[in-house]
Every structure is written in C-alpha cells, then in structure tokens.
Ligand binder design. Structure first.
Ligand SMILES: [Zn+2]
Length: 202
C-alpha cells in the first residue's frame, strides 16, 4: 500500500509501473522519480511512445504477428511459399526464424504454449489456425514450438486438433537435435536452420 502522503499523480505512475514484470513498488517509485528529473519534453515523448505502441501496432489478421500494416509484410509477400505454415508460440520466435533467412513459407503465432491447467488450450488460437488451414492452400504445418515440456504438450494437443479436421495434412516438427528445454527464441541461427532442414514427420 502506498503512503497516503505521496501526491496522487506520482502515486498513479508508481501503481502503473508496479504492474509491469520485473517491477516492485520500490523500483516503480525509482522510475517515476527519474521521469520527474527528465526535461518535460523527454517525458512527453516517453508517454507518446507508449500510446503509439497501442495505436500504431496491431495483430496481423493472417499470422497474428505484430505489425503496422495488416496483413503484415511477410503475409503480403507474393514471393513466399503459400503451402507451408510454421507454427510458433509467440511473435518473437517468428523474428528469430526470419533473422536466419532460411524459411520462406507462412507463419502462424499460436499465442503461447499449452499449460496443463488450461485443459482446453483456450488461450491458444486453435480456431483461427483451423480456419486458416481450411482455406486449403497449406499442405504442411511445421511445429516450431521448442523442446520444453510445455512445447511437447502443445505439439501433441495441436497436432491432434489438426489431424481430426485435416487427416491428410503433413505435420512435422523441428528436428529433435535441439538442446532439451530449448525455446525457439533462444536458439542460434545455425541450430535452427539444421533443425528445420532435418525436420521430422509427426
Ligand atoms: Zn502476417
């Protein structure tokens, strides 16, 4: 509980920062006081950058990656293959794969990994994924969810959902030479390239 003697505007900012990961009440207060030391213009720019984050960015309606244009550049690129779809947990994994420059198909951001308590996988974009596959262009889904136990469970859950509706869909996963527990976003490019090249049929 914040001291009632703290002026309201300061209290508001501290409360907001304290909701962010990595912040507690003390560090939130330090940040808020720092902002007060800044020249006014700099603080205003900071606030505007946060507003822009929400106003200028949206989720691509095709891959659910973050973008300023919808559909995003990757989805709109006519040179990319339309038949393979790489399934990633979050948008940052897609960035890593793109940085490698060895994958030239489509992406789909699942929105996280299956956690055991979430028995129906409700937070995952299963319906939008099935709708995308239902368009009929995709012939292979490549699971690039990582090698953690959550990733394993997600892969088996999502692959069952796909098989039930699209029995002929080719399903593959990145090769299991990945270090155990590896998350796609922390992998180096060469490991990723190899694991994509030697991907295994599910
Ligand atoms: Zn997209």
């Amino acid at each position: 509980m914040l001291d009632s003697r703290i002026p309201e505007p300061l209290k508001n900012v501290v409360t907001q920062f304290a909701q962010l990961p990595g912040f507690g009440a003390k560090s939130a207060m330090r940040v808020a006081l720092k902002l007060l030391e800044w020249p006014k213009e700099k603080t205003v720019d900071f606030g505007q950058a946060i507003i822009d984050l929400r106003e200028k960015l949206c989720l691509c309606s095709r891959c659910y990656g973050l973008t300023q244009e919808n559909p995003c550049r990757l989805c709109a690129d006519p040179a990319r293959s339309k038949t393979s779809l790489c399934l990633v947990p979050e948008w940052d994994s897609m960035l890593i794969l793109e940085k490698g420059g060895f994958y030239h198909g489509q992406y789909f951001v699942l929105g996280g990994l299956f956690v055991p308590l979430d028995k129906d996988g409700q937070k995952l974009r299963i319906e939008p994924l099935l709708a995308r596959l239902g368009e009929g262009e995709i012939t292979e889904v490549i699971f690039a969810l990582g090698a953690t136990s959550d990733a394993e469970q997600t892969t088996s859950f999502v692959s069952e959902c796909i098989k039930a509706q699209f029995p002929t869909m080719l399903l593959s996963r990145l090769a299991q030479g990945l270090p155990l527990g590896a998350e796609v976003k922390y992998m180096d490019t060469e490991t990723l390239r190899q694991s994509l090249r030697y991907r295994q049929k599910l």
